[in-house]
Structures are given as C-alpha cells and as structure tokens.
Write a protein that binds this ligand. Structure first.
Ligand code: NAD
Length: 351
C-alpha cells in the first residue's frame, strides 16, 4: 500500500483527496500551513483514522519539508498547496510567488534529494504529482479546447505562478530524470469549498438575501468539474500516469457564469423558497482586469490512457453541492466572517 504525502490537504481539493485516499486505506500525511484557506474541519470525516496524519508545515520551509520526507518515507507526493484565488493574486501577488513558485521549488528539491537517496527499487516506484490548473493556457475564443500541447499563455499573477511551477516540474523531470507528473484541471466545485469562490459564495449570499455579484455580463465560460471526480483523477494519475507527462482533467461541463448563478438560484427556489425568486439578487459588477473569456478542457488523454470518466454531470453535481451547503451550516458558518472581510477588500466574485 502506498504512503502518500499530500501538500495543501486542508484546502478544498486537497481535503477531498485526503478523504478519498484515507477511505481507500492509503497512508496519508497531510502537510499544510493552514492559511486562511486551510480548514481542518474539512478533514473531520477522517481525522481519527489510523492511516491519516497532519503536520502544520509551510512548504517554503526547507528544513520542515526535508524532515517530513525523512520521517514519513512517502512513495507518492501529491502537491496541491498553493495560493489559489485569482482576485487575491491581483491585489497582492507576493504570497503567490512565494508559495506557488518558491514553495514548489522547495518541494521539488526536497523530493529529489529524498528520491535520489532511495534504494533503486523504491526510487523507481516513487512519483511526484504537481496539481495545476487549466488557467496556465490563457483564454479560448468561442471554439476549441485546451489540450496538453496548448502553449502556455497565463493572464493573471495566479496563473503565471502556476505556469512557472509547472515549468519547474517539467525541467526537473527532463534535467534530473525526476519522476514528476503534472495535471491541469478546470474549475472545481463541490462540498467544503471556501465561500469566497463563485459557487459557494452565490449559495450562501442567496441564503442570506445578499447580492449575488457577477462579473461583467456574466458571459465568461468555465468548464466545471465536481471535486470528487478530480480526487479520483489525481489518484489515477499519480499511480498510473506516465512519468514526465501532463494530463488535462475536465468535466466537459462548460457553463456561462450567469447560467451557473441562475441554476443555483433555481435549485434554491425549490429547496429553500423565499418570497422573491433568488435570481432577483443577481448584481452585475465591474469586470475583473485580464478576465479570461473561456476555458474548456479536452480530457481525452486521461480518458483514453487511464480510463477516467467524470461521474457527475454539472446538473447532478450542482444539486448535490447546494444540498450539502443547506445541510452543513456547522462547516460554513464560522467562515462567513472571512468572506465579509474579503468583501471589504473588494474580493467579490471569483470564477
Ligand atoms: P485552496 O485555496 O482551497 O487550498 C490551498 C491549501 O494550501 C490550503 O489548505 C492552504 O492552507 C494551503 N497552503 C497555502 N500556502 C501554503 C504553504 N506555503 N505551505 C503549506 N500549505 C499552504 O486551493 P484548492 O482550490 O484546493 O486548490 C488546490 C490546488 O489545485 C492548487 O494548487 C490549485 O492551483 C489547483 N487547482 C485548483 C482548481 C480549483 O478550481 N480550485 C482547479 C485546478 C487546479
């Protein structure tokens, strides 16, 4: 059985990945700095499992990262720790450079030293997966899909920092023969999503009768993937993907932002009706600078090589997500204050 080191496991996708692997009996060490986005409550379903442990570690801390490799002796690394919020990267990019670029460099060097000291058989079995985004490819027009060979053309400080990290991983694979892999995924949604991101923000604002902010005309298009489908993809890629390769992950679920918001409103009208339809709260706000128009992923390589398929359509996944927020106030209630602080900083409606 593998021993998987997960960075950023207290975040949205990292916690889903921890829950998925721990439930499957895999030994997991979760390294997380617990920034504003890290939340140990998302790990409550597995926190007492004998095959799960947590260490509060900043991935930029070389000593702590090296010590974690030595003591845990992982057979796999799934590296998710990052600053992930595009709007924050526009207002303050420093943490994105530190964590996403320097932190990935620290992880790569610690992993390379550890890997090069392993006996041959264990060294050959070791894998390091960097979890990245489709935003590295920039923006699409009305037609076409991102493939693994689409040239990088990032628009925001966030996507530029993730692109830089991807290049480091590729260079480590080519230069040192390091067993790195990269996955580039579309927008995720689902349970345990921090309420500054579009879908949870809209659900919770609607429940509280607050405005539902939508950038520009709401016609930007994103390709949505249910987070548990992403966790299964990461499990497959880190175990069965080819070393040195990239894999795109996406749900074939393109939606205009305004349609995502309207869909959530329609579900809430059914599950939690109010006097006025929830859509009456929609408020158009000034567009984000450098806002990419359209992202869409061709996940054909992952499907053909590793047999992965998204299990949720957008319609089934969004219904599950809205119901989860309605049923799990214990999780999101303490985070609402953080979102109000975000609003004061002008952080309104990411996508
Ligand atoms: P998130 O913001 O919810 O979680 C990030 C986690 O990383 C948090 O728990 C935070 O505490 C931790 N962290 C931040 N800086 C750290 C540091 N210096 N050291 C250790 N831990 C640190 O992010 P997410 O949405 O779960 O995204 C996870 C990864 O997946 C990121 O690398 C992101 O770029 C990538 N990704 C996200 C999406 C998406 O739609 N959310 C899509 C594609 C790829």
């Amino acid at each position: 059985m593998h021993r998987v080191m997960i960075t950023g496991g207290a975040g949205f996708i990292g916690s889903a990945t921890c829950r998925h692997l721990v439930s499957a009996g895999v030994d997991v060490l979760n390294l997380d700095k617990l920034t504003y986005a890290g939340n140990l409550a998302s790990l409550r379903p597995i926190e007492n499992a004998p095959n799960y442990r947590f260490a509060r570690v900043d991935i930029c801390d070389r000593g702590a990262v090296t010590e974690a490799f030595e003591s845990f002796q992982p057979t796999r690394v799934i590296h998710l720790a990052a600053e992930s919020h595009v709007d924050r990267s526009i207002s303050a990019s420093g943490d994105f450079i530190d964590t996403n670029i320097v932190g990935t460099f620290v992880m790569l060097e610690a992993a390379r030293r550890y890997w090069s000291g392993l006996p041959a058989e264990r060294g050959e079995a070791f894998r390091f997966l960097h979890v990245s985004t489709d935003e590295v490819y920039g923006s699409l027009g009305e037609e076409g899909l991102f493939t693994e060979t689409t040239p990088y053309d990032p628009s925001s400080p966030y996507s530029a920092s993730k692109a830089a990290a991807d290049h480091l991983v590729s260079a480590w694979a080519r230069t040192y023969g390091f067993p790195g892999l990269i996955s580039n995924c579309s927008n995720n949604y689902g349970p345990f999503h921090f309420p500054e991101k579009l879908i949870p923000l809209v659900i919770l604002n609607a429940l509280h009768g607050k405005p539902l902010p939508v950038y520009g005309k709401g016609d930007n298009i994103r390709d949505w993937l249910f987070v548990d489908d992403h966790a299964r993809a990461l499990d497959l890629i880190v175990n069965r993907g080819r070393i040195g390769e990239k894999y795109n992950v996406g749900g074939r679920n393109e939606r205009r932002n305004i349609d995502v918001v309207r869909t959530i409103c329609a579900i809430l009208d059914r599950l939690a009706p109010k006097a006025e339809p929830h859509a009456s709260l929609i408020t158009f706000v000034t567009d984000r600078p450098g806002h990419d128009q359209r992202y869409a992923i061709d996940a054909g390589k992952l499907e053909a090589e590793l047999g992965w398929r998204a299990e949720e359509t957008f319609d089934t996944g969004i219904e599950k997500t809205v119901r989860w927020y309605l049923d799990n106030e214990w999780w999101w209630r303490p985070l609402r204050d953080k979102v109000y602080a975000g609003e004061r900083l002008g952080l309104l409606a990411p996508a």
